[in-house]
Design a protein around this ligand. Structure first.
Ligand code: NAD
Length: 297
């Protein structure tokens, strides 16, 4: 039976780890926060004493950590898991982090004769619970084919995006589109309100016209047209604004490194920064329509 070391059992990692246990894998789990481990241990995982303790004897190691600095500290250096694992162990980082750190980790793994994939996800905590996540996976084809049957126990759509770092690139480019399009849809609904056009009528037209997009038809930021959207539950997430801001800032760091001018991505990051600074970090990101409504030229 494949043994898996799982490091980082928070809001996303917890349910992902439980789905692997449900699928019959043997799991050794670690989190710096002992409380985060409880539900995973209750579901059958063994509690490890450190990242290396979880990783050293495992066939596969999965990490689900907050940001690049956490991933670097767990993977790199003499005491990191790259140095600790067996040569045949496959390392899979599912955290959303900057492309540069993902590539630093891949280079360190390669220099050490180990296989690593960057495999960030979309689908949120609901997708993690239901095992319907989308994985975007950067790394070698051989490593991808080894990872696929495991990722399929946590997700529904598994896409090989190319070489190291392209999983993270796919994630931040997708979320840059999402952040910009949510603001565009919010602005259109606020303008419609001021022009005396009912929200449902704008939805009826735009959802069948060239303004159609996911932010409108799956996640409409006004209550009514899409009953499942967070607008119908006072913008309870869903996908929290602070996570959208994190992803937009990652896209802007990458844009700066590559000297690409992503003017709308930068503007979206600025608007989400204002929204989060005003105390809305925990609200759903579609709640930015409230800030748009309050702003005046
Ligand atoms: P979280 O904060 O709930 O979980 C992260 C866990 O990592 C925590 O339990 C924390 O204690 C643990 N941790 C931190 N440093 C550690 C270390 N050095 N060793 C071991 N454990 C450590 O965050 P989350 O919501 O589960 O998100 C995890 C990642 O997934 C992030 O990169 C996030 O951007 C991404 N993501 C989140 C969502 C979402 O909706 N929450 C959706 C898609 C992607």
């Amino acid at each position: 039976m494949t043994s898996i070391g799982f490091i980082g059992t928070g809001n996303m990692g917890g349910p992902m780890a439980r789905n692997l246990l449900k699928a019959g894998f043997k799991l050794s789990a670690y989190d710096v926060n002992a409380d985060s481990l409880k539900s995973v241990v209750a579901a059958g995982a063994e509690a490890a004493a450190s990242p290396n303790d979880a990783a050293a004897a495992s066939d596969v190691v999965i990490t689900m950590l907050p940001a690049g600095q956490h991933v670097a500290s767990v993977y790199l250096g003499d005491t990191g898991i790259i140095a600790a694992v067996r040569p045949d162990t496959l390392l899979i980082d599912c955290s959303t982090i900057d492309v540069k750190t993902a590539r630093d980790v891949a280079r360190a793994a390669q220099n050490n004769g180990k296989q690593v994939l960057d495999a960030p996800v979309s689908g949120g905590t609901g997708g993690a619970e239901a095992a319907t996540l989308t994985f975007m996976v950067g790394g070698s084809s051989t490593a991808f084919e080894r990872a696929r049957p495991i990722l399929e126990k946590m997700g529904r759509t598994i896409i090989h995006t190319g070489g190291a770092g392209t999983g993270q690139a796919a994630k931040i480019c997708n979320n840059m589109i999402l952040g910009i399009s949510m603001i565009a849809v919010g602005e259109a609904f606020v303008l419609a309100e001021k022009l005396g056009l009912e929200a449902q009528r704008l939805f009826d037209v735009a959802s069948k016209s060239s303004g159609q997009c996911w932010s409108l038809t799956s996640y409409c930021p006004v209550p009514g047209p899409v009953p499942t959207s967070p607008a119908n539950r006072d913008y309870k997430p869903g996908f929290a604004a602070e996570l959208m801001l994190k992803d937009l800032l990652l896209s802007q760091a990458a844009a700066q490194q590559t000297t690409v001018d992503t003017a709308l991505g930068q503007h979206a990051a600025n608007l989400y920064e204002s929204f989060v600074k005003a105390g809305n970090g925990g609200a759903d990101f579609s709640g930015i329509i409230k800030m748009i409504r309050e702003q005046r030229r």
